[in-house]
Design a protein around this ligand. Structure first.
Ligand code: GAL
Length: 689
């Protein structure tokens, strides 16, 4: 039996609710909260995130009354509680008593109390305090009937420098490398006289003159991620000791925050949960939702996961310095995107908008203006709709719920490596490369998973590898085995150009794969911003090109005469090579959106992989997902025109039998229970989760 099956988790419907902060409100408002939750069909509340100073206003002095009352009242109202440990925001007294545990920037500036996340995850005093408050909460509420799920911390992601970190970083390096000579040779510290003679000379990367050492930086990112995982483990150990049957999660922030390694965390939580705030409210916003949901499901090994936070409307657009609203209908469609892609609930930040506080204009289920508002009406309508869809509930131990035959490789290491400042171009970001490929597949209606470079590739027909700069020999072997066994492997420029320590492999760029792909990459030819390059099949590339030789590969497309001066016309741009039973493709430029779609289409056709439905794509999102003994087809029309979709089954929202086709209104959606049986569906996997 897998671990999750031994845990207590009730999933008799779709979880619906959000972050609830009764500690911020008076008695009358708290009473109204319960009434409004009832009206909105809320059945889940996340309580206690950031509530440390309300629970323990002075060291060792606890105030449980408000939390006791909240747990009891919510339980009486039939609302389950996801109880958070409040460790993402230690109270001011903690910072006063332990200034050494405050975070320090790379400039050596100690950040003071006044916001949130003001702690250094490597500081022993912080770790001890976090363990203590976790134990206090577990002992007091671990057996409360409202408790459904532990929410450990909030969005692990804090990075700190400074003396406490230096000590921990040195310990980490000793464990990893054993001795200083190995550190020196791995980082090639002879370059610019960085050779270390004493462990104490090594620091967390500090602000320095000119460029830092890339391998030093990459190891610091790995160390910081490990420290955060250790913080999680401290708490998980205590919670599992005191409440062995209560599952636990921690909410990942996706997709733009990369101070942690999602795969490593995912292997240790019982339930994967994410917070998701798309930065765009146009079609790109929908693509972002699909990406976040696919990544969450992939972290969960293809199984159900939980959307812990999304915004009802206004979200902050940091780049633009303003809030962007969601137009009517978008929140509902977004919610169904997450559900279709495997979430077993839809939770929001936050239940009620606070009157003041750092995020006082952030949107909420109950806005400042109260229940007489578009926001609350839409929330209540959504709550009622989801309450009527209990047959879509997913037990977290159900097997894989979406059948994808395509996987994109996703790696924290590669993301960190792509942020190295001394790469030949700043235009080679990992996240951008991965999301461009995901979006192209989303636009053409394909089901996609994300996969770790150390994950099980064998279940897929096509594995896509955009911008995976560091690749170890062992990883390169696994990709090669995948291709030789019949897989279609698609490599983009820079893949496997270095080993796992960011040491460039010699003889060819992309050397980890050059032999396999039958190519030799002789030169990188980055392009100026705004320049494009045409290939002889009409495709267009931008940002990057290469002097590439097809040593033992077919040339699918070549650069033309309008190429960069370093490239000659006819020089290979895209290649293909058959290896045993599989095929290896190499793409040496960043194709524009249309060309990327064309080439992916060509590769997927060759691999025999079809979209979920022939009409899917271009704003018509169609996802097939399993629940119980049926499959369900979500048809989401993100466009402003009605769309007609061939399908058969029962339309769950109208209970009407569909026999042929269904018209989906502009901005609308439908969910079809298909006439399929369990035998058509891949069985639940048991890998011990
Ligand atoms: C998340 C966080 C919430 C809230 C939200 C605002 O990072 O968990 O507490 O701050 O963002 O979008």
């Amino acid at each position: 039996m897998s671990r999750i099956e031994t845990l207590r988790l009730d999933v008799d419907g779709i979880w619906f609710g959000g972050d609830y902060n009764p500690e911020q409100w008076d008695t009358a408002t708290r009473a109204e909260d319960i009434e409004l939750m009832h009206r909105a069909r809320v059945d889940t509340a996340t309580v206690g995130v950031f509530a440390w100073s309300s629970i323990e206003p002075r060291p060792g002095e606890y105030r449980f009354a408000w939390l006791d009352e909240a747990m009891d009242r919510l339980h009486a109202a039939g609302v389950r509680v996801i109880l958070a440990t409040p460790t993402a925001s230690p109270p001011p007294w903690f910072s006063r008593l332990h200034p050494e545990a405050l975070p320090v920037t790379a400039d050596g500036v100690r950040l003071l109390h006044g916001s949130r996340d003001t702690y250094n995850p490597a500081a022993p005093a912080y770790r001890a305090a976090a363990e203590r408050i976790t134990r206090v909460l577990a002992e007091r509420y671990g057996h409360h009937p409202a408790l459904a799920l532990w929410h450990v911390h909030n969005e692990y992601g804090t990075v700190s420098h400074g003396p406490e970190t230096d000590r921990a970083f040195r310990r980490w390096l000793r464990e990893r490398y054993g001795d200083l000579d190995t550190v020196n040779s791995t980082w090639n510290t002879a370059f610019w006289s960085q050779g270390y003679g004493e462990w104490d000379d090594i620091h967390a990367p500090q602000r320095t003159q000119y460029l830092p050492n890339p391998s030093h930086l990459l190891d610091f990112r790995r160390f910081s991620a490990d420290i955060l995982l250790n913080c999680f483990r401290d708490q998980a150990r205590i919670l599992r000791e005191i409440t062995p049957s209560v599952p636990l999660t921690t909410n990942f922030i996706l997709p733009t925050w990369n101070n942690y390694d999602g795969w490593a965390f995912a292997a240790e939580v019982d339930v994967v949960s994410i917070d998701h705030y798309p930065s765009d409210i146009g079609p790109r916003g929908e693509a972002q939702v699909a990406f976040g949901a696919d990544l969450a499901r992939s972290y969960a090994g293809g199984r159900p996961w939980l959307l812990m936070e999304q915004a009802t409307s206004l979200t902050y657009d940091y780049a633009a310095g303003r809030f962007v609203p969601k137009e009517p209908g978008r929140m509902r469609r977004n919610t169904h995107q997450y559900l279709a892609r495997g979430s077993f609930g839809s939770l929001f930040f936050q239940w009620r908008a606070p009157r003041v506080g750092a995020e006082f204009f952030h949107s909420a289920m109950v806005p400042h203006v109260g229940a007489d508002s578009r926001g609350f009406r839409e929330i209540s309508a959504l709550g009622a709709e989801l309450a009527g869809l209990a047959e879509l509930a997913l037990a977290p131990h159900a097997g894989r719920v979406v059948d994808a035959r395509i996987a994109i490789v996703w790696s924290a290491d590669a993301w960190w490596a792509s942020e190295t400042r001394a790469l030949p171009s700043d235009d080679t970001g990992f996240l951008a490369a991965v999301t461009a490929v995901h979006e192209a597949l989303w636009r053409s209606g394909h089901a996609v998973d994300l996969i770790s470079p150390d994950g099980d590739l064998a279940r897929y027909d096509v594995v896509l590898v955009p911008s995976l700069i560091p690749v170890s020999d062992a990883q390169a072997d696994r990709f090669a085995r995948f291709a030789r066994a019949g897989g279609h492997l698609v490599l983009w420029y820079l893949a496997g150009t270095t080993d796992e320590h960011l040491r460039v492999r010699t003889g060819s760029f992309a050397a980890a794969f050059a032999g396999l792909a039958g190519i030799r990459v002789e030169e990188h030819v980055p392009m100026h911003a705004g320049r494009t390059i045409t290939l002889d099949d009409g495709s267009r590339g931008e940002a990057w090109s290469e002097v590439l030789q097809a040593v033992d590969a077919e040339v699918v497309a070549a650069y033309t005469a309008d190429a960069h001066a370093v490239l000659s016309a006819g020089s290979p741009a895209i290649t293909r090579r058959r290896v045993d039973d599989g095929v290896v493709h190499y793409i040496s430029t960043r194709l524009d959106d249309a060309s990327l779609r064309d080439h992916l289409g060509r590769i997927l056709r060759e691999a025999g992989v079809a979209p979920t439905a022939a009409v899917a794509g271009d704003g018509l999102e169609i996802v097939r997902r399993r629940a119980g003994t049926h499959t369900y087809l979500w048809i989401l029309n993100h466009t402003d025109e009605e769309r007609v979709v061939p399908t058969r089954g029962v339309d769950l929202l109208t209970a009407v039998e569909v026999d042929g086709e269904i018209a989906v209104a502009a901005g609308g959606l439908c969910i079809i229970r298909e006439h399929r049986t369990e035998s058509d569906i891949e069985p639940a996997a048991d890998d011990g989760r």
